[in-house]
Design a protein around this ligand. Structure first.
Ligand code: HEC
Length: 136
């Protein structure tokens, strides 16, 4: 039995999908769990603080885009939760990018916790704009 997983699932049952624009949909326990998964699976490309690559709009010598920031300073906030889940599960390779798919490695709960982690780094104004667009 994986008690940590059960704990996370019960935490995710407690997430607040009806949160207002100024409160976040996740709690600190979900963020902490997602932070560990992010460091293990994502930080190597997207940076320990989800800061990505500063020149993320410019392709490299092979014509690939570098990993973008996920901390609210790039495009991640232009996507709904289901779109972010899909990007992470499917990766970018089949769209001509380089990010590997995580569907086999991370459960739905894990992916949501990772999203909670990088959303916890978004400034309030960005989070509020995202919330108004996708959560109402
Ligand atoms: C091997 C490097 C690499 C790893 C590991 C990686 N990514 Fe990415 N990620 C990228 C690149 C590069 C892109 C840009 C699209 C592409 O090339 O596939 C991207 C794009 C994204 C996007 C879309 C961003 C946007 O603004 O639309 C999200 C969300 C994302 N990654 C989240 C994650 C998460 C969460 C993890 C860990 C579970 C992760 N990535 C692991 C390299 C990586």
């Amino acid at each position: 039995m994986n008690y940590l997983k059960i704990g996370i699932i019960s935490m995710l049952c407690l997430v607040n999908w009806n949160a207002s624009a100024t409160e976040r949909w996740f709690n600190q326990a979900v963020v902490d769990y997602g932070a560990g998964l992010f460091q293990q699976n994502c930080a190597v490309c997207h940076g320990a603080n989800a800061e990505g690559t500063s020149d993320w709009k410019k392709t490299d010598a092979n014509g690939n885009y570098p990993p973008p920031p996920l901390d609210g300073s790039a495009h991640a906030w232009h996507h709904s939760i289901p779109q972010l889940v899909r990007s992470i599960k499917e990766g970018g390779i089949k769209l001509g990018g380089v990010m590997p798919p995580f569907a086999e490695k991370l459960s739905e709960q894990d992916v949501l916790a990772v999203i909670a982690y990088f959303q916890s780094r978004w400034p309030d104004d960005i989070y509020t704009r995202w919330h108004e667009r996708y959560m109402q």
